[in-house]
Design a protein around this ligand. Structure first.
Ligand code: PMP
Length: 579
């Protein structure tokens, strides 16, 4: 039997393979990339990238419709992927494989097409405490639409769904049971077989969110006997924007279409209405993501031998990585695991005593280590754990123990240097400046916009900008604890942040702000320098985007999540709306 070769495996991923593996935490040379955010999305092997390019370059055409050979070729490849998925998850028929945008859309289809049409007031939907928002919010929406009630299966101390409690939660009132095969925070394989069986015993429909499972475990939907199983291609070495809804044929047949349009119909008439297409096309309105489907097929071709022929080696290697990383993290005093014990798949969540998750993650990033900080789309779990977020390391089989060593050494270094690893250098430089005539420079930099622009103009790259932001953060005077309250808190920021406003008798606005993350405090210094001591009109007229652009910060300020700086800017502008 062929053995799994991690080095050969790594070489298949161009983005990963392009980085040097000779890592040294001592060296100041620019480190490339250590990608430990695989639960968010995996990197793509060359053959998956090529398969999509080949389609666009060699046989780009719409599927199913035309009578020319190019369309036939595209349709053949497109439908071949469906057969690959069918075999991959052990479905009975290709008709049970519906293309969607991803796990999220798959869940929404089941919820809106089936649950919304069958639930009645008082019916119960059972979810689990560690669900991803994708498997919570759609159910909350349908609960609101129908009057159904959501019940939650608790976790046990190890982080698994507590199977001993399901008899009290799942009852005759339960109509749907929906839970993750593996939590994207806890990395534990849930006892889904028992949960599915219990759902079945009370006549409830079961949905399994397999987003985190498909890259790690062989899936057999018939053996599981679940009604629905959903996943996204991008977490299993495939492209983004494509995923799968598996459903039992009889159920899918009973469900009305989710969307109307081309492809999903047999006939359309103004006088006689429309007749819908058969499965699976009934649920695939409009031109599909053809390249994505072809890429997904290729990712299955890539993954299948790993989960079959060399499964033991592949899984052993992943296990070796996670055990190694868990062990190494355990040796760091500040590390607090979300759940003790090595996880089942390579997803490790933890916090660091006295250090803010975002500060650690953004500083690691300056060393080329990509890990995730935040709530991981599992806010109810965070609330239950009384955390506003955590750090998550998620590994794939192209990662190595050398990368883990580097990550651990870097983490230690960051913790020792109070999150500002380059402080030593900076302090020395500052002292030298003191000796010359620039003693007040830092003060000026922290308060004056011009000084900030001058400072950032000299910096090159995100690493040095990040360093300057962290240093500015140290200079922000902390707000009185009593002032950090419900009235000053800013929502929309992943770290806690507060903003207080005063209006002087001259009509000038004075803002005081604070955050629990140093990186946000630094960004606040930058923002406050732009807005403090200005009139409402000056605030409204100020072009903050040009300012951020000038500082080279634009790409780091994602409006939807990131650090929520724009939420702070919005709040300032709202306070100072000219009358
Ligand atoms: N469920 C779980 C457990 C996930 O980890 C994710 C992605 N983080 C999703 C659902 C949603 O997947 P997608 O965003 O690809 O639809």
């Amino acid at each position: 039997m062929k053995l799994f070769d991690p080095e050969q495996f790594r070489q298949k991923f161009p983005l990963i393979a392009s980085y040097d593996q000779t890592l040294s935490v001592q060296s100041d040379s620019k480190i490339g990339l250590i990608y430990f955010d695989n639960a968010a999305t995996t990197q793509k092997p060359q053959q998956v990238i090529d398969s999509q390019q080949e389609y666009y370059q060699g046989y780009n055409a719409n599927v199913h419709r035309a009578s020319h050979h190019l369309s036939n070729k595209a349709t053949y490849a497109f439908e071949k992927s469906r057969s690959l998925v069918q075999v991959f998850i052990g479905a009975q028929s290709v008709k049970e494989i519906i293309w969607t945008k991803g796990a999220t859309e798959s869940i929404n289809i089941v919820v809106q097409s089936l649950a919304r049409n069958t639930l009645k007031a008082g019916d119960e939907i059972v979810l689990c405490a560690s669900e991803h928002h994708a498997n919570i919010v759609p159910w909350q929406m349908v609960a609101e639409q129908t009057g159904a009630v959501i019940k939650i299966m608790p976790l046990n101390r190890q982080g698994y769904i507590d199977i001993t409690k399901i008899d009290t939660i799942i009852s005759d009132k339960t109509k749907f049971v929906s839970c993750a095969h593996i939590s994207n925070v806890l990395g534990r394989i849930n006892p889904i077989k028992q949960i599915i069986a219990k759902a079945k015993s009370v006549g409830a429909i079961s949905l399994i969110d397999g987003a985190q499972a498909v890259a790690h475990l062989p899936i057999d939907v018939q053996a599981l006997d679940c009604d629905f199983y959903v996943f996204s291609a991008h977490k299993m070495y495939g492209p983004t924007g494509i995923g799968v809804l598996y459903g039992k044929k009889s159920l899918l047949e009973s469900m009305p279409p989710y969307q109307g349009g081309g492809e999903m119909i047999k006939t359309v008439s103004f006088t006689q209405g429309s007749r819908y297409n058969s499965l699976p096309f009934k649920f695939e309105a409009g031109t599909p993501n053809i390249a994505g489907v072809i890429g997904l097929g290729e990712s299955i071709t890539f993954l299948t031998p790993l989960l079959n022929d060399v499964a033991k080696d592949y899984q052993d290697y992943e296990q070796k990585l996670v055990a190694y990383c868990y062990q190494a993290l355990s040796s760091i005093e500040e590390v607090q695991f979300i759940r003790e014990g090595c996880p089942d798949i390579a997803v490790i969540a933890f916090t660091l005593t006295d250090h803010h998750n975002h500060d650690v993650a953004t500083t690691l990033d300056t060393y080329g280590v990509a890990i995730r900080a935040g709530h991981h789309c599992a806010m109810p779990l965070m609330a239950q754990l009384k955390l506003d977020g955590c750090l998550r390391v998620s590994l794939a089989a192209y990662n190595t123990t050398a990368e883990i060593d580097y990550f651990i050494a870097t983490l230690r270094k960051i913790l020792q240097s109070d999150l500002s690893p380059h402080d030593d250098l900076r302090v020395v430089a500052g002292k030298e400046q003191d000796k010359t005539k620039a003693g007040d420079l830092t003060k000026v930099l922290a308060t004056e916009m011009a000084g900030i622009i001058a400072l950032f103009t000299k910096t090159k790259g995100w690493d040095s900008r990040h360093r300057e932001i962290m240093l500015l953060g140290k200079k922000l005077t902390r707000m009185d604890k009593a002032l950090r309250n419900e009235t000053t808190i800013i929502t929309g920021c992943e770290s806690l942040a507060w903003l207080k406003v005063e209006l002087t008798s001259q009509g000038l606005y004075l803002f005081t702000a604070d955050s629990d993350a140093k990186i946000i405090r630094g960004l606040l210094v930058i923002v406050l320098a732009a807005y403090n001591n200005k009139t409402a009109k000056q605030i409204a007229d100020f072009d903050i985007n040009s300012y951020f652009k000038q500082l080279g910060l634009m790409q780091h300020l994602s409006p939807s999540r990131g650090n929520g700086l724009l939420a702070i800017v919005d709040k300032i502008r709202l306070f100072a709306t000219p009358v």
